[in-house]
Design a binder for this molecule. Structure first.
Ligand code: OSB
Ligand code: MG
Length: 373
């Protein structure tokens, strides 16, 4: 398969409402899109790096640099047929998984189009619909949070995940549980606690949470395994899991009982499938995380979520929760039952609104096949 060009763009997309986590507030996304042209087809990839290196060590700017200077030329020189070849092509570059995923996922998209199958089918997906949850940021007040939850439950979402941190946890869970004793509720600390907070975290057990996501350090397995012994609530790891080996180590050490799979965090579809399979073989359920993606990254998440072991509702929700206007059509919608239907048309199954993408582009660079490797 010849690669005729790789176009990298940066778009600015304001969120419909600010998203606050224990590590900061995001109001506007700086989104990187890769557009890979090949023999009349276009594959799209989205970089999930944040604006600043607060979730992982990558950022919009670091990913831009690594794609333009390293990964883009490597990919163009090799022109792989299959997305599954990308990890080998990129292996000299350490880390930078979100940058790698941007390109690898676009190759999978191209491959699905060329084969005339849906991306879900190409990945080995088995579902027609996926169960959806929402991730709700830290709010200015508990009453505002309660109003939001009410709205999301009415929209059909099957699971509510609350961002938490010291000072925005037990009282919040208490108020939410008092109002909705039966809903599926979980929380995500994004590394806001320490092992000395074990007694405090054990008090979360009273709220029947589906899981607590990444309570401790972003790069840890060992202390999470010590913590898990003291909690009833299952721990889910997000930040700590970068590949299949990490998943195996975490499962072996009993650092978690659930894994959040994010395409960017693990470097693309190949490694996401490997993490999924490793977890499945060991009886550990997974779900698909989100990184406030535009419709392009969202459509990749939807296809990934169709794999068999994605049994728990993911952070994959409707376009309208994030954007006034999404850059794909149709936009992603969620049914009253809280599900997204998996498209069965070739590729991702959502068209890119190229005029809108062009209008929102603030930076653009073309990487050509003849660039030096
Ligand atoms: O930890 O899951 C996370 C967003 C940005 C960075 C990290 C996380 C999140 C989310 C949002 O929880 C999920 C979404 O895209 O709705
Ligand atoms: Mg998380």
């Amino acid at each position: 398969m010849r690669i005729d060009g790789i176009i990298l763009r940066e778009l600015h997309l304001p969120l419909v409402r600010p998203f606050e986590t224990s590590f900061g507030v995001t109001r506007e996304r700086r989104i990187l899109l890769a557009e890979i042209k090949s023999e009349g087809l276009t594959g799209w990839g989205e970089c999930t790096a944040g604006e600043r290196p607060f979730f992982s060590g990558e950022s919009t700017d670091s990913a831009w640099q690594v794609i333009v200077n390293e990964l883009g030329p490597m990919l163009a020189a090799e022109s792989p047929e299959h997305g599954g070849k990308c990890p080998r092509i990129f292996r000299q570059v350490r880390g930078n998984r979100m940058a790698k995923a941007t390109l690898e996922n676009a190759i999978w998209d191209l491959e699905a189009q060329r084969e005339g199958v849906s991306l879900s089918r190409l990945l080995g997906g088995v579902r027609d619909t996926i169960p959806c949850g929402v991730s709700l940021g830290i709010q200015p007040s508990i009453s505002e949070l309660l109003d939001l939850i009410e709205k999301e439950l009415a929209a059909g979402y099957q699971r509510i995940k609350l961002k938490c941190k010291p000072g925005w946890d037990i009282e919040v869970f208490e108020r939410v549980r008092n109002r909705w004793p039966g809903i599926t509720l979980s929380c995500d600390a994004n590394s806001a606690y320490r092992l000395r907070d074990t007694d405090h975290l054990a008090a979360f057990d009273a709220f029947d949470l589906l899981m607590i996501e990444q309570p401790l350090w972003h790069d840890d397995f060992y202390y999470h395994s010590m913590l898990q012994k003291r909690l009833e609530t299952p721990i889910c790891l997000d930040e700590s899991i970068h590949n299949r080996r990490d998943a195996l180590a975490a499962i072996e050490m009993e650092s978690c009982k659930v894994i959040n799979v994010k395409l960017g965090r693990v470097g693309g579809f190949s490694e996401a499938i490997a993490v999924h399979n490793a977890a499945q073989e060991r009886g550990i359920p997974v779900w698909c995380g989100g990184m406030l993606e535009s419709g392009i990254g969202r459509s990749h998440n939807i296809a990934l979520s169709s794999l068999e072991n994605f049994t728990l509702p993911g952070d994959v929700s409707a376009s309208a929760r994030y954007w006034e206007e999404d850059i794909i059509e149709p936009e992603v919608t969620v049914s009253p039952a809280g599900e997204i239907a998996i498209p069965d048309t070739p590729g991702r199954g959502y068209e890119v609104r190229t005029d809108l993408v062009e209008r929102l582009t603030v930076r653009k660079e073309t990487i050509r096949a003849f660039a030096l490797v």
